[in-house]
Design a protein around this ligand. Sequence first.
Ligand code: ZN
Length: 400
Amino acid sequence: MNLDNVYKNLTIANNTKLALVVFDGVGDIATASTNWQTPLEVAKTPNLDKLARQSAMGRMIPVAHAITPGSGPGHLSLFGYDPLEVEVGRGVIEALGVGIDLQAGDVAARANFCTLDANGIVTDRRAGRIDTSICEAQCAILAKAIKKIGDVDVLIKAGKGHRFVVVFRGTGLEGPLTNTDPGREGMPIAAATGPAKTAKVVAEFQKLALPLLKDCKPANGFLLRGIAHQPKIETFEERYGLKAACIAVYPMYKGLAQLVGMTKIEGAHSLQEEMEMAVEALKTYDYVFVHVKPTDAAGEDGNFAAKVAAIEEGDAALGTLMAAKPDVLVITGDHSTPVPVKGHSWHPQPVMITGEIAGWDGLERFTERAANLGSLGVFEAKYLIRYMQANAKRLDKFGA
Ligand code: ZN
């Protein structure tokens, strides 16, 4: 028995509206260094408090027990896809991250400039962490000279610092390929091995590109990693019968949402505008995903006060979406980014589901410790969409 098929067979269509608001990395931990409190506990959150008093709460394991996820797998889970089964290569995530509109079958690689000595030995795998402006200038040199290799289009786009992305677009390409990064200094650039046509195109790309960089110091070479093709993924509409839209400011989240067939709605410059666009989108779409980024950045910086401020800003903007009264409204994170950790972590993120039949757990605030007492318990994030469907009365009874 395939559980996804069970859900699919139980899926009912109706006119309900579902909204998912992701405060990126919102989950946190209380330690001595934070006076045994979390940013959610310290923040003043009248809107979240209001929702808490009509919600079911719990905590979610983003990928699997004790695994610290990136935001990519974290979001795939929230969208109901098992991130261990639907593997999206790092090159694909990176390409989405720099805003390349990937097409099915595209092969993408994360690339970074490196330093080579006269014998082609890698002496610095990060080329002294050159400035983004140098990276952009060198990517422009490559992009101008190499547009096509045989029948394959080549797209090159600069990222931050020494990082950039190369996308190969054409028929018959597939990944994954091994890295050209030897993994340590003192070795030459490795050959990428994998499916024959793609490996040949990658090798040809290196042959054409490396001479163009020979006078560039210190970034006279580059390494390719995570070379993978965009996987074919069942869309949101096929899987859940939901027409979905995404409202996010950062390219990677828009990219991930597009990967599962959501329509990206662009143009928001603030959380307030994101929420206004979400309200508008709910008029034509069944499901809307809203991404709130600042919470994660504050956690990464280990800045407690900034994370409190980010939560409060998100809370204020939330009022607009709440006023539109979606049938099911979920507030959560894609993972925890605890201030004491200064990075992502495995700690289950709190989740809150509001809806006519969500039931009130008797909790007054949306915090990690409140969520520990909630009726949803601790569950895998990939089931969140199922709870949303059920709360929207979009899942029929199983069995007589
Ligand atoms: Zn994240």
